[in-house]
Design a protein around this ligand. Structure first.
Ligand code: NDP
Ligand code: 2IT
Length: 451
C-alpha cells in the first residue's frame, strides 16, 4: 500500500478512535472498510472533498433507553436498550435487533455501520440501522420474554415506522420475539403495517425469510465457487452456530450435496463424522427452535458424533467454512489451521466473525473469502421483500421469493467481482463489497448536499 494511503488511514482512524473511545468492535468494522475504501476515495476526490467517510462513520442518531419489566417471581428487572439509526440516504433505516448480555453501544454501532453497506448491496431501497438490548433470553420463560418485548416496544414505537425504521431479528430475536414486539406495536398504534420484518406467516411474514440468511450464504458460496469452475456437490463443510443462520445454511448445504460436519453453540461444538443429514437436522431444528436446548444433546441422540466442550470447530478439516454464530469467533491461528487443512472457500454467515488477522491469512492464501456484508445479505434482502409484500398486500409463493433471493445474491456477487477484481484476476470480495456498497450510499449523500 502506498505511503499516502497509509497515512490517510492512520489519520482517519486516530480521529475516529478519539471520537469513539473504547468502542473496539466499531473501530474494527470501520478500519476494515476504510482500508479498502481509502485508495478509492483518494482517487475519486468528490468523495474525499465532501468528507463522505467522516459523515458515514457518524450515525444519524442513537436512541438509548431503559426497559423495566417484571419477572415470574415478581422481581423488577432493568435492562438497557438501543436503536442506532445509522444512515437513511438510500431508504428508511433497516436492520435487526439483538438480545444478548454482551450487547453494547460499540457492538450495535459496528453492526449498524456494516448494515448500511450490506443493504445498499442488495439493490433494495434500505438504509442502515441496528438495535438491541443487554437482555439475556436464555432461561427466561415465554411470558418473561413477552413482558420484556412489550415494555421495550412502548419506547421503541416512538422511533420506528414502515417508512422510517423497520427492525427485524438477529441473535436472540426470532419469530417469537418479533411476534411479541409486533403485537404490542399494533396494539399501541392501532395500525397493522409492515413495521417489523421476520413476522410469523400468519401475520404478514414472508415465506423464505426464516431460511433467507443461511440459504443466501450458500448461494453466495455457489457463485464464488462457480467463478473458479467448481461446484458444491461432494464437498465437506464446517458450520459454526446452531441458530437461525447456521440451521438454514446447513439445510441448503445438505440439499446441495455437501457433507456438513459440525454445528456449535457457546458451550462447544459437535462433530459428526457421518455428516448431518436431513433427518438429523430436523431433530436439531426441534431442539433449537422448539425446546431451546443445547447442541451437546446431539451426541446423546446420535452417539457416533463427538462433543468438544468450550471449543470452536475450525480444527476439523473441510473444503468450505461457514462461521454463523457471532463476531470474532475465528482468529488468525484458526485461519492458519483451516488453510493448512485444505480450505477452499469461506462465507461469513455471521457479522464480522473473522478477526482481521484471519482475513489477512485468507488473503495471503488467495482463498475465496465472502465477507458478511455480502454473503449474509440474503436475510435483509428477504426482509426488504417482506416489506414489499406488506405494502402490496399480497403474499408471494415460496418459489417466487426464493428465486428473487437467488437473483439478489447473484447481483451482490457480481458487484463484488466488478469492484474487487485485481490485476492478476483474483477477486478481493471484501474490497468489492465495500466499494460497491459505498458508491450507492455516497452518491445519494452527495446529491443531498451538506446534510
Ligand atoms: P441466533 O440467536 O438464532 O443464533 C446464534 C447462535 O450463535 C447460537 O448458536 C448461539 O449459541 C451462538 N452464539 C451467539 N453469541 C455467541 C457468543 N458470544 N459466543 C459463542 N456462540 C454464540 O442468531 P442468528 O443465527 O440469527 O445470528 C447469527 C449471526 O448471524 C449473528 O452474527 C447475526 O448478526 C448474523 N446475521 C443474522 C441474520 C438473520 O437474519 N438472523 C442476518 C444476517 C446476519 P448460544 O445459544 O450458546 O448463545
Ligand atoms: O444482520 C442482518 O442483516 C440482520 N440481522 C437482518 C436484518 C433485517 O432487517 O432483516
Amino acid at each position: 500500500m502506498e505511503q499516502v494511503v497509509k497515512d490517510e488511514i492512520d489519520r482517519f482512524m486516530r480521529g475516529l478512535i478519539r471520537r469513539n473511545p473504547g468502542q473496539r468492535e466499531f473501530h474494527q468494522a470501520v478500519r476494515e472498510v476504510i482500508e479498502s475504501l481509502m485508495p478509492f476515495v483518494l482517487e475519486h476526490r468528490k468523495y474525499y472533498d465532501a468528507h463522505i467517510l467522516e459523515r458515514l462513520t457518524e450515525p444519524d442518531r442513537v436512541i438509548i433507553f431503559r426497559v423495566c419489566w417484571e419477572d415470574d417471581h415478581g422481581n423488577i428487572r432493568t435492562n438497557r436498550a438501543w436503536r442506532v439509526q445509522f444512515n437513511n440516504a438510500i431508504g428508511p433505516y433497516k436492520g435487526g435487533m439483538r438480545f444478548h448480555p454482551t450487547v453494547t453501544l460499540s457492538v450495535l454501532k459496528f453492526l449498524g455501520f456494516e448494515q448500511c453497506f450490506k443493504n445498499a448491496l442488495t439493490g433494495l431501497p434500505m438504509g442502515g440501522a441496528k438495535g438491541g438490548a443487554n437482555f439475556n433470553p436464555k432461561g427466561k420463560s415465554d411470558r418473561e420474554v413477552m413482558r420484556f418485548c412489550q415494555s421495550l416496544m412502548i419506547e421503541l414505537s416512538r422511533h420506528i415506522g414502515e417508512d422510517t425504521d423497520i427492525p427485524a431479528g438477529d441473535i436472540g430475536v426470532g419469530e417469537r420475539e418479533i411476534g411479541y414486539m409486533f403485537g404490542q406495536y399494533r396494539r399501541m398504534e392501532n395500525r397493522f403495517t409492515g413495521v417489523l420484518t421476520g413476522k410469523g406467516l400468519a401475520f404478514g411474514g414472508s415465506l423464505v425469510r426464516k431460511e433467507a440468511t443461511g440459504y443466501g450464504a450458500v448461494y453466495f458460496m455457489q457463485n464464488m465457487l462457480a467463478s473458479r469452475g467448481e461446484g458444491l456437490e461432494g464437498k465437506t463443510a464446517v458450520v459454526s452456530g446452531a441458530g437461525n443462520v447456521a440451521i438454514y445454511c446447513t439445510e441448503k448445504l445438505i440439499a446441495s450435496g455437501v457433507k456438513v460436519l459440525t454445528l456449535s453453540d457457546s458451550d462447544g461444538f459437535i462433530f459428526d463424522p457421518d455428516g448431518i443429514d436431513e433427518e438429523k437436522l430436523e431433530w436439531v431444528k426441534e431442539l433449537k427452535e422448539v425446546r431451546r436446548g443445547r447442541i451437546r444433546e446431539y451426541v446423546e441422540k446420535f452417539p457416533r458424533a463427538e462433543f468438544h466442550a468450550k471449543k470452536r470447530p475450525w480444527s476439523v478439516p473441510c473444503d468450505l467454512a461457514f462461521p454463523c454464530a457471532t463476531q470474532n469467533e475465528l482468529d488468525g491461528a484458526d485461519a492458519q489451521t483451516l488453510v493448512a487443512n485444505g480450505l477452499k472457500a469461506l462465507a461469513e454467515g455471521a457479522n464480522m466473525p473473522c478477526r482481521p488477522e484471519a482475513i489477512g491469512e485468507f488473503r495471503q492464501a488467495r482463498m475465496l473469502f465472502g465477507p458478511g456484508k455480502a454473503a449474509n445479505a440474503g436475510g435483509v434482502a428477504v426482509s426488504g421483500l417482506e416489506q414489499s409484500q406488506n405494502s402490496l398486500r399480497i403474499a408471494w409463493s415460496r418459489d417466487e421469493v426464493d428465486s428473487r433471493l437467488r437473483h439478489i445474491m447473484r447481483g451482490i456477487h457480481d458487484t463484488c467481482v466488478k469492484w474487487g477484481r485485481e490485476k492478476d484476476g483474483h477477486v478481493d470480495y471484501e474490497k468489492g463489497a465495500n466499494i460497491g456498497g459505498f458508491i450507492k450510499v455516497a452518491d445519494a449523500m452527495l446529491a443531498y448536499g451538506v446534510v
